[in-house]
Structure formats: structure tokens, C-alpha cells
Design a protein around this ligand. Structure first.
Ligand code: 15L
Length: 264
């Protein structure tokens, strides 16, 4: 497939770009900053919150799908969060409809349901969980998912929204033993989401095959995402911290007690 990857210079973006290319796909990169050294494909240095800039990319490139990773990864003001996650998604969706591109994989976040109390490992949080954001960041991810659903329903798009846990080279805290997404599994997840036959609108949880997982892996497996890594392999190297109990109270961990910018 020839895939537009937004946020392609970011930490997840670089991993996904290299991984998709290794698996025989062609990546068109888009980011606020120029391409990382070594990237040889097509690249657009642009802001995907700017609809004209996004239109120019879609006019120039032939694309089979979009992987939307761009966006601030942490807590900012409500207007900044909405611009970063919702306005960018709308600009992409409008161009997909205009250019008859029907597949988008969206990097949502566990923080869309972050205020959900930690489940028992035998009853992980399901893809049917109601929105329960822990921050404005989480609110913006919920809103972006709603926008994607609207376009999926109205324009028959195939949308897979991946509620990513903790994308890290390796888990370094007790929480990450439940929330880790390894780089290799991240590539597996994105490729499966690009190739799943006719998913319509679907949600999966973007975590590895963690023994202590807090989210249900079955929705991902139904779409062809078979994670291979397990954070448990690192468990004996992770030191206990004072924050561990508080971070384990809700699935959003440290975001749940994060100050958010008020008044909104
Ligand atoms: C996210 O969605 C954030 O972008 C990232 O910075 C981490 O905090 C991660 O979630 C997490 O929950 O560990």
C-alpha cells in the first residue's frame, strides 16, 4: 500500500515508517519538521491542522490509506488539544472523502477511557467501554474518535482507532507492565489495521501481549493484530516507586491526577 503517515518524524512515526517500508509498503511522510535522516520517500513538511496544506498533499500524492499519528502527546489547553487532535483529523477526513480514499488508522489513546478504574486482569476494559477521559487530551481523543465514526457512517470509510497504551522501547514502571506497546507490536498493529478486510468503524487497544494487560486484546485479534511481546519479561528489572499505587488506581495512570488548564 502507499500510505500517508502523519507525525512521521515523531517517535511512533519513525518506528511505523521504517516498519511499513520493511514490510513492502510505501510511505509518504507528513510532519511539522523535515524528514529524518535516511528517509528517501516522499515527504511534506506541513501542519495537518491547516486544511489547505492537507489538500495540497492529497492533490499531489496517490494514496491507498492514511495513518494519522500527528498530535501533541500530552496535556495542553483545551483549544490546543482540539486543534491538535480533532481539527487535524477533520482536515484529513475531508480530503479522504474528496479523493475517495477509504482507509484510516488513527492513533487514539488509552486516555480516552483513562478515568476507568483499573480492572481485574480477568475482566479487562473492553472496546465497548464508554468514553471516560482523564484530561483535555483524553477529551480530544474521544472527540476525534466521534468524528471518525461520523465519517465512517456517512461516507462508508474504514476506520480503525487504536487506543494506544505506553509506546516505549521497554517498560520502565509498574504501570507499563500492563500498558506497554512494544515498537515491533506497534508496527504489527498498524499493518493489521491497514489490511483488515472491511472493518467499518472499529476500536482496538494498542498494547502488547502483556500478562498484566488492563485492556482487552480480542478486538485487535479479530482485526488481525497478533501481538508478540510481553512486558512481563522486564518485570524483575523494574524498581518499585511511591507513585505506583496511585498510577494503578485508574487505567490512565499519571494523567488522572495531572493538573488541567482551567478555566477551559
Ligand atoms: C499517551 O497517550 C501519551 O501520548 C503518552 O505520552 C503516554 O503518557 C501514554 O499515553 C501512557 O498512557 O503511558
Amino acid at each position: 500500500m502507499r500510505v500517508l503517515v502523519t507525525g512521521a518524524a515523531g517517535s511512533i512515526g519513525r518506528t511505523v515508517t521504517i516498519g511499513l517500508c520493511e514490510r513492502g509498503h510505501e510511505v509518504v511522510g507528513l510532519d511539522l519538521v523535515p524528514e529524518p535522516e535516511g528517509f528517501t520517500g516522499a515527504w511534506h513538511t506541513a501542519d495537518c491542522a491547516d486544511p489547505d496544506a492537507v489538500r495540497a498533499v492529497f492533490t499531489e500524492e496517490r494514496l491507498d490509506g492514511v495513518v494519522h499519528l500527528a498530535g501533541v502527546p500530552d496535556e495542553r489547553s483545551l483549544p490546543d488539544e482540539l486543534t491538535s487532535h480533532v481539527i487535524t483529523t477533520a482536515a484529513l477526513l475531508d480530503q479522504m472523502v474528496s479523493h475517495r480514499i477509504t482507509r484510516i488508522v488513527y492513533a487514539s489513546s488509552n486516555h480516552a477511557v483513562g478515568r476507568t478504574p483499573r480492572p481485574s486482569s480477568s475482566d479487562p476494559v473492553s472496546d465497548q467501554a464508554l468514553p471516560r477521559p482523564d484530561t483535555f487530551y483524553g477529551v480530544a481523543k474521544v472527540a476525534a474518535e466521534a468524528l471518525l465514526r461520523l465519517y465512517a457512517d456517512r461516507h462508508s470509510l474504514d476506520v480503525i482507532t487504536c487506543r494506544i497504551g505506553s509506546f516505549l522501547d521497554e517498560p520502565t514502571t509498574a504501570r507499563a507492565l500492563s500498558t506497554w506497546l512494544s515498537p515491533a507490536d506497534c508496527v504489527r498493529m498498524v499493518e493489521a489495521a491497514l489490511l483488515a478486510p472491511s472493518p467499518g468503524f472499529a476500536v482496538l487497544y494498542g498494547i502488547s501481549k502483556n500478562t498484566r494487560a488492563w485492556w482487552d486484546l480480542e478486538p485487535g485479534r479479530r482485526l488481525g493484530y497478533e501481538p508478540q511481546d510481553d512486558a512481563e519479561a522486564f518485570a524483575d528489572r523494574i524498581p518499585a516507586r511511591d507513585e505506583d499505587d496511585e498510577e494503578a488506581a485508574h487505567v490512565g495512570g499519571p494523567f488522572v491526577t495531572e493538573q488541567f488548564h482551567r478555566p477551559a
